[in-house]
Design a protein around this ligand. Sequence first.
Ligand SMILES: NC(=O)c1ccc[n+]([C@@H]2O[C@H](COP(=O)([O-])OP(=O)(O)OC[C@H]3O[C@@H](n4cnc5c(N)ncnc54)[C@H](OP(=O)(O)O)[C@@H]3O)[C@@H](O)[C@H]2O)c1
Length: 338
Amino acid sequence: MTSFGFGIVGTGMIAGEVADAIQQAGNARLAAVSSRALNRAQEFVAARAGARAVEGLEPLLARDDVDAVYVAIPTALKEAVALAAIAAGKHVLVDKPFMDAASVARMAKAASAAGLLFMDATHFVHHPRRAAVQSVADERIGKRLGLHCVFYGPLDDRSDIRFDPALEPTGALGDLGWYCMRAIVEYLRPEGAVSECDLVLRRDGTTGAVTEAIGTLGFASGETMTFGSGFQCGTRLEDFRLLGEKGALAMDDFVMNWTNSIGSQAAHVPTGYTIRTRSMTPEDFVFVETPSQTPQQVLMIENFVDLAASGEAEARASFANASIQTQSLLDAVWAAAA
Ligand SMILES: NC(=O)c1ccc[n+]([C@@H]2O[C@H](COP(=O)([O-])OP(=O)(O)OC[C@H]3O[C@@H](n4cnc5c(N)ncnc54)[C@H](OP(=O)(O)O)[C@@H]3O)[C@@H](O)[C@H]2O)c1
């Protein structure tokens, strides 16, 4: 059995998914789970052999078998828990989004100063498709000009944390728009800073939570980006189109791949990207498969453990910088709402 133990703070939806990923990973094990209420932690670990249930943060951080803490709680509470975990000598995997880029920078800096790893829990960047797209984009579609990116996921339960602006201040923008901003960082990669930004927000009439955010971004280096994210559309909708001088690269599952992600387990539907150039019609579009037997959330855990063990400074800094850049883009968009 591997000796690298994870402790999880939170017992909600994504905590369950990542707990299962930890148990599937070849180099990690679930050591303990912390809840504000012991019975919820006990219920959480009942189906997960070997894990201990604890109440509150301190008993989790005091455990010697916890090498890393996965923080899966509302956004307003993440930094305090992550900093406490780092102070206790634990690596931290912190779920997105964050309060602002300065908050991400504080966590990344504290972890680095202590020789520990800080990583945000974006799954898709760990799928081999990300590196494949990065390496072929220039050759297949030419100089990158812009990105159109959409991520909708239906949600109407007003008791969900996403409808509480005190816990999730940016609502659908932070929860789903995060991935559109991360797509800029991973795939559009503009050299210049944000030079223009427009935003339309829709809010829930009862709670005031942001339920939809649609916007445009312009960069000083010339690229443009449009995005949309929200809870109201009656289906999950992912649409990614990277525009280049020679053509376009598209995905309809850029966040949660159809084949084997937390959003879809359609094993017969391949994961990849589509290239179209000139006046191609659908029968000529080129689909390039980028398979991975291992689900991306499991790859995230395996990569995290490898990076925690290796201590590679450049790779650690690269993950931290991607988190800061993504949150900085969200901050720029959010500022346009003010
Ligand atoms: N990376 C991804 O793919 C991904 C996917 C989904 C969500 N997320 C992000 O992860 C975060 C959690 O999302 P979720 O869907 O798992 O939420 P959730 O189901 O509501 O779970 C949140 C958990 O946080 C704990 N918590 C601590 N203080 C709380 C408070 N004051 N109010 C409510 N809960 C509190 C609760 O556990 P106890 O009651 O046991 O303490 C609760 O189960 C969000 O910021 C979300 O954007 C990331």
